[in-house]
Write a protein that binds this ligand. Sequence first.
Ligand code: ADP
Ligand code: MG
Length: 157
Amino acid sequence: AAMRHLPYFCRGEVVKGFGRGSKELGIPTANFSEQVVESFPSDISTGIYYGWACVGNGDVHKMVLSIGWNPFYRNIKKSVETHIIHTFKEDFYGEILSIVIIGYIRPEKNFDSLEALISAIQEDIEEAKRQLDLPEHLKLKEDNFFHLPEGKIANNH
Ligand code: ADP
Ligand code: MG
C-alpha cells in the first residue's frame, strides 16, 4: 500500500504548521495546506518517505517527508511535511513547494525520548541520501515536473 502510488508528484503552497517545534530540533518541516493533503490518495500509508523537492523555481534537493496524523485536527486528518536536506538562508512560507515522493523508509513510530526521535530522523536522512544517489532515483531529479512554469498546479499529472 505504501509503494503503490509512487512516484507521487505534488505541488502546493507552504503553510504555517502547528508548531511542533521541528525547527527547534534542527529539522524544520515545510507543511502543505489541508487542501493539498486532501488531494493525496486516501489510502497512502502514514510514515516516512524520501524523494526530491524544490522551492519556487529553485534548485532540486533531496528530502525526507512525513505523512502523519495531524494533531491539530484531533488526528482525523493527515499532515504532509517535507524536510528539505539543504540549509536555506530564510523561511519560505507562502512559496510553492514541488515534490516527488519516491520511496518508503518506515512507518510512524512513538519514541521514548527526544534524543531517540532525533536520532531516528537522522538515520532517515542518511537513508534518504543513500537511496537518492542511486541512478534510477537520480533520474527523477531531472524530471520536467520541476521545470514547469510557476502557478501550474499539477498534482500527479
Ligand atoms: P511549522 O510548524 O510552521 O511547519 P517548522 O518548525 O516545521 O514550523 O518550520 C518549517 C518552516 O521552516 C518551513 O515552512 C520553511 O519556511 C522553513 N524552512 C527552512 N529551512 C527548511 C528546510 N530545510 N526544510 C523545510 N523547511 C525549511
Ligand atoms: Mg512543519
